[in-house]
Structures are given as C-alpha cells and as structure tokens.
Design a protein around this ligand. Structure first.
Ligand code: TXA
Ligand code: MG
Length: 355
C-alpha cells in the first residue's frame, strides 16, 4: 500500500489477546509495535463514560479519535464544542464489525439496505483498517453527526484498543481526530492531552499510531465512487477492487461538496513552507529533510523516512516536534510526486496553506 502500510497483520482484530481461560482476565495484552498493557478496567471505565454521554479520546491505527456515542445527539454536540469544530463538518462513525456498519445505513426506495456491492467488497478487503465509506445514513444516526447530510462516513478501525472500546461501549462511536479544529492531528496520547486538555473526559493511551495519517474517505453514494480524502489506503489499492474512481477535487457532476475539505487543515502554528531546492527562509527554523540537504547550517534538522508508509507514520509527530521548537518557520523538503505519496502530499499542502 501507499501512505500507510498494511497494518492489519499487526493491528488486526485477532491482535487483542484476552485470556479467556484466566478468571482474573483483567489485562488486555496488545501485540503492538510498542508492547503495551492496558487494563480491561480502563476500557470498562471509558466505555461507561461513553454510555453516559461523555467524551473519550482513544487510539486508532491512523490518529487518535475524540469519541462520543454516535446515537446520542447531546454527546455528539459536546464533540463540536470541545474541538471548536463548525457544525458544518460531519463526523466519522466508528464500528467494531461489518454487521454494525450495515445496521447504520438507510434503506433504498425498494426497502433494501443501502449497502452496495462495492461496500461489501471494500469492507471484506480493507476492514478493519484506514478506510471510511460514505453511504446513505439510517435515521438512527442524529443529524448533528453528519452535519445535516443524508449520508454517513463509516469506518472499522483496526487498533485493538479502539475495537475493544467500541465493543465494550456497545454503541458506534462518532469520532473526529482528537485535536482542536484545523490544528495538527494527534498520533500520541500526549498530543491529545496537550491539544484538548480538560475538554476530554478520559484519554486511553494506546501508544503511537502506526499508520500516522487519517483514513481514506470514499463516497459510494453516487453513480461512481468519489475519493473525498486520500489517506491510509491508497487510490491504487481501491482501484484494484473498484476500477477507476473520481476525485473530489476534479470537476465532476456527481461530486457533492465535501465539508471538512478546507484547504487549511492539519496545520502547525509555525508557518510551514514546502521546498525542493534545500533553500530556507529567513530566520531560525526546522527542516524536515527528505533527501536534499539544507544549504545553510545552524537550523534544527529532522530526517524523515524514505518510504511513503514510514513517512506518513512519522509526519504528524515530526510536525508536532517542529512546532514545539517555536521557530520562525518549518520547511519541508518535498518527497517525490508519485502516486503512493498522494496522502502525504495532501496533508503537506494543507499544512502549508495560508489564506
Ligand atoms: O482516520 C480517521 O479518519 C480519523 C480517526 C479518528 O478515525 N478521523 C478523522 O476524522 O480524521 P475527522 O473528523 O478529522 O475527518 C473526517 C473526514 C472529514 O474530511 C469529513 O468531511 C469526512 O471525513 N466526512 C465524514 N462524514 C462525511 C460525509 N457524510 N460526507 C462527506 N464527507 C464526510
Ligand atoms: Mg481532523
């Protein structure tokens, strides 16, 4: 795959190893890149808070999410308040199984579930994983979740903590990335605490996120599939299953406006520049090097990984680190303009955008 390697092998549903034979079964042993022991009591506490309408930040394989019970309009309203997110930006609903997703889509005129064959094929292949499908929503989902749209974004994350949490809560979780609106997405629990502070009731720490950039968002409500946001599953992987897919950016008759696709998004506070000649702006800065050395000495340098997947995993943590240096600028040495870098380029473009 492209930006974000396939992680199912490591983060698949089977990776949660609860010892059913052990009566004390109080600990979830998670086979993650970083070994981690999270107590089942923590998941239980978080699940109870969610059922009581509170907000819980939790790890997914892409970025940390700020979760609320997706069927509770009051809980969902709190997400918009704590993120300072405009109500016009719809939320992704996270599920723990394909069946759970199917129950959240609406009915067609003929009375059948609006779960097209393409959704079946894609979920069989890519779930659990970093793919969000936009489908016709069921009435069970409050309109505030979808910003009034008749459609809903559904995703089954592969992180074992996310899956365990959704199962324990027993409800689907509406969850945007757990950062304030337009800020950098969080890939560690520490990023979440720093961005949201006391505006989140509980933070589950599942270690650093493995994919590192957000899920791919694909709409299946039109005649042809439309890529609304490149992400952890690449366009070419999707096209192998579906054939050609349209882009939201491309002028297309059935591409509906995609809220949440603001040009400025995922931004550090420090002005960010995209460079391809090793030239730095005036002042003191941080340089995210791909292959070209900076022409000048004295600035902080972060060497980025060379493969698209590893680069994506590192991207937000590097940008958080660069931002923390309180420098005059961050300059990013552009990685190659190749298809597998589409999602990374998308995030870099948005991070560099200035009105
Ligand atoms: O990887 C991810 O997707 C993370 C983790 C937490 O799952 N979540 C995330 O959520 O990135 P957020 O809210 O930061 O971004 C959601 C994206 C936005 O671009 C939004 O416009 C799009 O999904 N989206 C959600 N529902 C939609 C809908 N019904 N129609 C069109 N776009 C939708
Ligand atoms: Mg976000």
């Amino acid at each position: 795959m492209a930006a974000g390697r396939r992680h199912n092998s490591r983060h698949g549903a089977g990776a949660t190893d609860t010892d059913a034979t052990d009566a004390s079964a109080t600990v979830l042993r998670l086979k993650l890149a970083v070994p981690l022991i999270l107590s089942a009591a923590e998941i239980g506490t978080a699940a109870r808070l969610l059922r009581n309408g509170r907000l819980v930040a939790f790890p997914t394989e892409t970025v940390y999410g700020l979760g609320a019970n997706a069927l509770d309009a009051d809980a969902v309203a709190r997400i918009y308040v704590s993120k300072r997110r405009p109500p016009t930006s719809p939320l992704i609903v996270h599920v723990a199984s394909i069946e759970m997703a199917r129950a959240l889509v609406g009915k067609t005129a003929a009375g059948a579930r609006a779960w097209p064959e393409s959704a079946e094929r894609l979920t069989q292949k890519f779930w659990p994983g970093p793919l969000t499908l936009v489908l016709t929503k069921s009435d069970a989902i409050p309109r505030s979740v979808t910003a009034g749209l008749p459609t809903v974004g559904l995703r089954m994350p592969s992180h074992p903590v996310a899956l365990a949490l959704i199962r324990a809560a027993g409800v689907p979780l509406a969850a945007p990335s757990a950062n304030r609106f337009t800020e950098l997405s969080p890939t560690t629990a520490e990023h979440v605490r720093r961005s949201l502070g006391s505006d989140v009731d509980y933070v589950l720490d599942g270690g650093p996120c493995e994919v590192g950039i957000e899920s791919t968002v694909l709409s299946l409500v039109g005649v042809r599939p439309v890529l609304l946001r490149p992400g952890g599953i690449s366009r070419s992987e999707l096209e192998l299953v579906l054939g050609p897919i349209d882009s939201a950016e491309a002028p297309s008759n059935d591409a509906h406006p995609s809220p949440g696709m603001q040009a400025r998004h995922y931004s550090p506070r420090t002005p960010l520049f995209l460079v391809s000649d090793g030239e730095a702006p005036e002042g003191r800065g941080v340089y995210l090097q791909y292959t070209r050395p900076l022409h000048r000495a004295g600035d902080k340098l972060i060497q980025m990984p060379l493969s698209a997947g590893d680069y994506a995993t590192r991207l937000y943590s590097a940008l958080h680190e660069a931002d923390d240096a309180n420098a005059d600028w961050i300059a990013v040495d552009l990685p190659p303009a190749l298809p597998e870098w589409e999602a990374v380029h998308d995030r870099l473009r948005r991070a560099a955008f200035r009105d």
